[in-house]
Design a protein around this ligand. Structure first.
Ligand SMILES: Nc1ncnc2c1ncn2[C@@H]1O[C@H](COP(=O)(O)OP(=O)(O)OP(=O)(O)O)[C@@H](O)[C@H]1O
Length: 141
């Protein structure tokens, strides 16, 4: 397995619930290292640009409005197979379908307020890490 970096976002619902620490602990407990982090309020332009791939989806506006509804915690996680490992820790997009013990099963309320975001492939990880942490090494292959 390759050493990877992936972008993780703790979304406004989870920040509002005061579970940043519990979520970061899960990453660290699974052997992922936090190599960059910032707590920020995204602007509408930031959220629209970050989720540009979803622009045509019916939920795009709701997603953008949700992502700017409060601060988010954005971090870069590093580790062997970090992209898949993070997705495993997060669980399915819809918390009702997320496996027991995953972040979304434990902290998310709905498919839109679903606690966390994680890059889904090396290519998207490279783009997403660069979006929030320009110039950062992403071990892109
Ligand atoms: N049907 C839907 N209704 C409302 N929101 C949705 C729906 N599908 C996806 N979303 C929102 O858009 C985000 C991005 O959707 P995507 O299909 O990429 O899911 P994901 O890869 O599991 O989530 P993320 O990209 O946030 O890690 C989801 O995390 C969710 O917040």
């Amino acid at each position: 397995m390759a050493l990877e970096r992936t972008l993780s976002i703790i979304k406004p619902d989870a920040v509002a619930k005061n579970v940043i620490g519990q979520i970061l602990s899960r990453f660290e407990g699974a052997g992922l290292k936090i190599v960059a982090a910032k707590l920020v309020q995204l602007s509408r332009a930031d959220a629209e640009a970050f989720y540009a791939v979803h622009k045509a989806r019916p939920f795009f506006n709701d997603l953008v409005n949700f992502m700017i509804s409060g601060p988010v915690m954005i971090q870069v996680l590093e580790g062997e197979g970090a992209i898949a490992k993070n997705r495993e820790l997060m669980g399915a997009t819809d918390p009702k379908k997320a496996e027991k013990g995953t972040i979304r099963a434990d902290f998310a309320d709905s498919i839109d307020a679903n606690a966390v975001h994680g890059s889904d492939a090396p290519e998207t990880a490279a783009v997403e890490v660069a979006f929030f942490f320009p110039g950062m090494n992403v071990y892109a292959r």
